[in-house]
Design a protein around this ligand. Structure first.
Ligand SMILES: Cc1cc2nc3c(=O)[nH]c(=O)nc-3n(C[C@H](O)[C@H](O)[C@H](O)COP(=O)(O)O)c2cc1C
Length: 134
């Protein structure tokens, strides 16, 4: 049993999360939806705003325990250099939750910067990445 959760201000993480539903065998849902059953792998994604992931993501992480989640695979997008992955990894590891060494970050548009991202190639690459984690 796997799960997909995301926080998405502009729909980029949502688009990524929905693209892996079939591969993962689970419906993508926002971090506002708590996990109701134990999961083998949780796919967790977000963007970054002014260097930080939204507090809804950290609240969700704080609701998790290593008993409920065996492993987390992180993904996200960003426009500049600040991948949201390291912050999420740090918060999860602080709770003793295993985080896969494998993660995926692609460009996510910020106005005209990297316009159109995540694009089809990004999503295809993300699907390939997720396949490699299954
Ligand atoms: C107000 C604002 C602040 C942002 N701050 C950053 C940032 O500090 N670093 C970065 O790499 N990207 C930044 N971005 C780009 C977002 O991380 C990018 O658009 C991401 O794809 C959003 O994902 P989401 O739609 O799933 O929330 C910012 C975008 C906006 C609109």
């Amino acid at each position: 049993m796997n799960a997909i959760r995301y926080y998405s201000k502009f729909g980029h993480s949502k688009q990524m999360a929905q693209a892996i539903e079939e591969l993962v065998g689970s419906k993508a849902a926002t971090v506002a939806e708590p996990l109701t059953e134990p999961v083998d792998t949780l796919y967790l994604g977000a963007g970054v705003m002014l260097g930080k992931v939204n507090s809804a993501v950290t609240d969700f992480i704080n609701s998790l325990t290593s008993e409920v989640v065996k492993q987390v695979v992180l993904f996200g997008s960003c426009a500049i250099i600040d991948s949201p992955v390291p912050q999420m990894r740090k918060a999860l590891e602080a709770k003793g939750i295993k985080v896969s060494d494998k993660s995926f970050t692609c460009k996510g548009s910020m106005g005209p910067i990297h316009a159109g991202h995540p694009n089809k190639t990004d999503i295809d690459n993300f699907r390939k990445f997720v396949q490699s984690t299954i």
